[in-house]
Ligand binder design. Structure first.
Ligand code: G3P
Ligand code: MG
Length: 247
């Protein structure tokens, strides 16, 4: 099967976790700031609640980024609706909600933001999370360009692909493994994402020769961003969207 193509041109910078460091991570406030600063694209993390619904959250537990307690996979939708995602780390954003994937998709489309949806399964929920996110992305972006769907979990990506074969996929790693090409072909992914500090020049050269974009996280130093672009990296995920831009 020929891998689906991305219907939009990759930008140089993705706002990491919606709005980088300028707003609480994985919130609608972050999306608004990214759009206001002229970003073309954002990345965010998606995890399932106890009801099996997709929400924007990075950690398996709620404590770091919300005023909730306990495991996301054991928290019902009704409880998530009442949580505050601003209070704890960005008090100026007190009252900011934990968004559903549906709300994030709607706002991205309103703001004209393209997205990289990172499937972030809690341990043991890899296949279910991939399947739900795949199905929801297909439904929520039905009238627009599909986002790029990535995951550290090959199982989650395979499930997303089974649920919605038209989705453009990305393989996400800390360090890109030596068998990356076989994995890319097997998963039908079109881009490779890795930790900027673990990027290997030989892998980068081979990916470039094959026309495979390499994207790096998390790049908050403009000099590092410039060096990565110089080396041939296509795009970076950044928290510092106030000083790392498209130009
Ligand atoms: O998708 C790139 C990056 O977000 C991966 O790391 O932990 O910030 O989700 P993390
Ligand atoms: Mg992420």
């Amino acid at each position: 099967m020929i891998p689906p193509r991305l219907g939009w041109r990759l930008p140089r910078v993705f706002a990491h976790r919606c709005g980088g460091a300028l707003a609480p991570e994985n919130t609608l406030a972050g999306l608004r700031i990214a759009a206001r600063l002229g970003l073309r694209a954002v990345e965010f993390d998606v995890m399932l609640s106890a009801d099996g619904s997709p929400w924007l959250l990075h950690d398996e537990t709620l404590e770091r980024t919300t005023n909730g307690l306990g495991r996301m996979c054991e928290t019902r939708d009704a409880e998530l609706c009442d949580l505050d995602a601003g209070l704890r780390r960005h008090p100026g954003f007190a009252g900011e909600a934990v968004p559903t994937l549906a709300a994030a998709a709607r706002l991205c489309r309103q703001l004209g933001l393209q997205a990289n949806v990172e499937v972030k399964p809690a341990a043991g929920f890899e296949a279910l999370t991939g399947e739900v996110v795949g199905r929801c992305v297909r439904a929520f972006w039905a009238a627009g360009e599909l986002p790029l769907v990535s995951s550290f979990s090959q199982v989650a990506l395979a499930a997303a692909r089974a649920a919605a074969p038209e989705l453009p996929l990305a393989n996400l790693y800390q360090r890109i493994p030596s068998d990356w090409l076989a994995r890319l072909q097997e998963s039908g992914a079109l881009s490779l994402h890795c930790d900027a500090l673990a990027l290997d020049d030989d892998v980068l050269a081979e990916a470039r020769a094959r026309g495979i974009p390499v994207l790096c996280y998390t790049v908050n130093d403009p000099l590092l961003a410039a060096a990565l672009f110089q080396r041939g990296v296509t795009a970076v995920f950044s928290d510092r969207i106030d000083c790392i831009g498209e130009a």
